[in-house]
Design a protein around this ligand. Structure first.
Ligand code: NAD
Length: 448
């Protein structure tokens, strides 16, 4: 029998939880968020780097465009027997370095342009991390919290079928992103496998360990943010995580694992937020209690012993490290001059607009760019893909060590380019990535 809508958000102890389900607690409706066009931002960032590098127009034109774009409209039967039509996307930005890799987003604001931007950023990130991939991204226009668990499964399986033209272990390997998780990846892997007639675990990463997922994937992005931030703090400020207060915007996969990983390494995590609002305690939030509260209520809001604050206020707190870990376009020309953190560690993809980047630099705020800072996720996804292809599995210690080595090697390369070119860290990271992609394009040539 179909289950109720509330079960779409399953709490850790197995009981259904929606924000506000906690005893008598009220959670405000999500605020409207003004967002810059992510694709425009991604292209402007590329143009800036291309100008700095003196890139030829034909190569720039090639990199500014996405190689393949699929739009799908598909029906799903809902629990009340109605048929709803959903729209989804899958975009491949560039395949010069290998098959494409990138997440699947379920969010009401997903657009083709957003997928294009996120796919482009994935190309740069994979190249910077030294992975044999190009970038991709996909998504469905949906608020997954409004679907029952069965509706979510039917929608996922139909979307997986629609985009199966584009994906495959040697072609394009999806992973989780905003609004999707290991269960969604399991349904996608199963659907793809059913069509082929045998199990193909390497088609997806971020899947459960029981079907060939890797140890350490769930925590990878947030833990990686902590590793990179710790190294940058040491190098730039001569301080450790135990010397700083931290604010984290977004408390999903990336935000919650960043907060936990930094807290476990001694940081004072003073503020966190999600789409419903934020909480703040200058002495630090009790992470175990907070995680229990989120499991029970579905939100950080109304966490006992903390003051409430908005997402906008969180971005302006006087902390050592600010981690935007929700959506793109959060630090803009409107609020950048009010950011008081010493370091912005980009857990999210594209949280800072180019105008904001310039303002932050003028104000002495050091930005660790997304393609470096949150690269731990795709690095461990690569490890998962390799393990799935070989059916040979590593323990979590090996996964973490290899991830940290890859991230720190990438950081060192970026530091070297920054020193050499006397530029911002984002510019240095982009230059390394784009040089690697151009090397691949040059040696492959333009077909035919
Ligand atoms: P998620 O769905 O697990 O969590 C998203 C969080 O952001 C939730 O807490 C949600 O409530 C909050 N949120 C949504 N809209 C918001 C808004 N308007 N204001 C404030 N908070 C809002 O998603 P995730 O996987 O943690 O991804 C977060 C970001 O990190 C995205 O930019 C994603 O592309 C990026 N990222 C994710 C991974 C990964 O492995 N999951 C890897 C690299 C980068």
């Amino acid at each position: 029998m179909a289950k109720g809508k509330k079960e779409a958000i399953e709490s850790k102890n197995g009981t259904a939880a929606t924000p506000g389900d906690g005893a008598g607690q009220q959670v405000a409706e999500p605020p409207e968020v003004a967002r810059a066009s992510a694709y425009e931002v991604a292209q402007r960032q590329l143009d800036e780097v291309a100008g700095f590098m003196g890139l030829e127009d034909d190569v720039l034109g090639y990199l500014r465009a996405c190689q393949r774009e699929l739009i799908v409209h598909f029906p799903v039967r809902m629990d009340d027997d109605r048929v709803e039509i959903f729209t989804g996307f899958r975009v491949h930005h560039n395949t010069a370095k290998g098959p494409t890799k990138g997440g699947i987003r379920y969010h009401p604001d997903v657009t083709l342009d957003e997928c294009r931007a996120l796919a482009m950023w994935m190309t740069w990130k994979c190249a910077l991390m030294g992975l044999p991939y190009g970038g991709a991204k996909g998504g469905v226009i949906v608020d997954p919290k409004r679907l029952s668990i069965r509706e979510l499964e039917r929608m996922t399986r139909r979307y997986a079928t629609e985009i199966s033209l584009f994906v495959g272990p040697e072609r394009d390997i999806p992973a989780p992103d905003v609004g999707t998780n290991a269960q969604v990846m399991a349904w996608m892997m199963d659907t793809y496998s059913m069509h082929r007639g045998y199990s193909i675990p390497a088609v997806i990463t971020g899947k459960p360990v029981s079907i060939g997922g890797t140890a350490g994937r769930e925590s990878a992005t947030g833990l990686g943010v902590a590793y990179v931030t710790r190294a940058v703090l040491k190098q730039r400020l001569g301080r450790g995580l135990e010397d700083v207060t931290v604010a984290v915007q977004g408390f999903g996969n990336v935000g919650s694992w960043t907060a936990r990983s930094m807290h476990d390494r001694g940081a004072c995590v003073a503020a966190v937020s999600d789409v419903y609002g934020g909480v703040y305690n200058s002495h630090g939030l009790d992470m175990r209690q907070l995680l229990r509260h989120v499991a029970e209520t579905g939100s950080v809001v109304n966490f006992p012993g903390a003051d409430s604050l908005t997402n906008a206020e969180l971005l302006e707190l006087p902390v050592g490290v600010l981690v935007p870990a929700a959506l793109e376009g959060q630090i803009t020309r409107e609020n950048a001059h009010r950011v008081r953190a010493k370091i912005v560690a980009e857990g999210a993809n594209g949280p800072t607009t180019p105008e904001a980047d310039a303002i932050l630099a003028d104000n002495g705020v050091f930005v660790i760019p997304d393609i470096l800072c949150n690269g731990g996720g795709v690095v461990v996804s690569y490890f998962e893909w390799v393990q799935s292809l070989q059916s040979y599995f590593w323990d979590e210690g090996a996964v973490r060590r290899q991830m940290e080595n890859t991230l720190i090697a990438s950081l060192e390369a970026v530091n070297g380019a920054m020193t050499q070119c006397k530029c911002r860290m984002r510019m240095a990271a982009y230059m390394i990535a784009i040089e690697r992609i151009i090397a691949a394009i040059n040696v492959r040539g333009f077909y035919p």
